[in-house]
Design a protein around this ligand. Structure first.
Ligand SMILES: O=C(O)CCC(=O)C(=O)O
Length: 267
């Protein structure tokens, strides 16, 4: 699939864009089945909580390593080809995949954050694709992005995802700064968002500041599935503050990423 030039320009300039209808019904069905399997029997990196308004958040990561449908989607669907065009990279490796299900009545926000401070990697060629499996609007948790924030070169201290207490579970990194209270000063930021239909994807850079409202609808789920890819210039960089499940014991600091955990895409 050829990504339109305007989408790549928008991604370079704004740090985020949307592509419509790029995941077909057959893949959506396979992903939907895999998501239900993970909810029923979560893989080892599951994290979730019951929401105060009656819903539930289900999150998990590196789930491609436990399920052949997620694995096929990450490695053999059109996602790697799409990612490669945004990365402008010869080589593409899978970083990992991640699931974000906000069931109906899960009004907890996804905190504002940028992703790369969570990850033990260094480099610019880092992209995420977030696949929508439901109709997603501001009411159900459409992602929001601070336009151009990928070029700020600001590394924000990771905080625990999703829940309201115990946000300090990540080790402090003295080189990181606290995330400003964007929610309290929204008009100071250039925030962009798009509604999503099943099969649409958000594409965003690893440094782009983003977050999402909760799902306040009582009649609709919000299932989002993100796959993260990295390109030629990315090397392993374990440092304080990163997410433990993303560490990779097979790699030395400074090494290229190809490994069992971060396979290179075969074209
Ligand atoms: O789906 C969400 O609420 C958050 C998604 C996200 O932060 C990501 O994919 O990096």
């Amino acid at each position: 699939m050829q990504v339109p030039a305007q989408a790549i320009e928008a991604y370079d300039r704004d740090g985020a864009t949307v592509l419509r209808g790029v995941v077909d019904e057959a893949w959506l069905d396979r992903l939907a089945g895999a998501i239900e399997r993970d909810i029923e029997r979560p893989g080892p990196f599951f994290h979730g909580y019951d929401a105060p308004d009656g819903g539930r958040f289900h999150g998990n990561l590196r789930i491609w390593q436990n399920d052949d449908d997620f694995k096929a989607f990450c490695l053999q669907s059109n996602m790697p080809q799409i990612a490669r065009q945004f990365l402008r990279s010869e080589r593409v490796n899978l970083l990992y995949d991640q699931l974000f299900v906000k069931e109906a009545a899960t009004s907890n926000r996804t905190r504002w954050h940028n992703d790369q401070p969570y990850w033990p990697i260094r480099g610019w060629q880092v992209v995420s694709v977030w696949v929508g499996l439901d109709t997603v609007t501001a009411e159900t948790g459409a992602l929001e992005f601070v336009r151009g924030s990928h070029r700020w070169d600001r590394w924000f201290q990771p905080e625990t995802f999703g829940i309201t207490e115990n946000i300090d579970a990540y080790e402090r990194n003295p080189d990181y700064e606290p995330m400003p209270d964007i929610e309290a000063a929204r008009s100071d930021y250039d925030i962009v968002t798009w509604d999503i239909e099943p099969g649409d994807i958000y594409v965003f850079h690893g440094m782009t500041v983003h977050g999402a409202p909760g799902n306040s609808r009582r009649d609709r789920r919000r299932r989002g599935y993100t796959v993260r890819y990295i390109g030629d210039d990315v090397v392993y960089d374990p440092r304080p503050g990163v997410s433990q499940p993303i560490l990779n014991d097979a790699l030395q600091a400074g090494a290229p990423m190809t490994s069992t955990q971060n396979p290179e895409i075969i074209w």
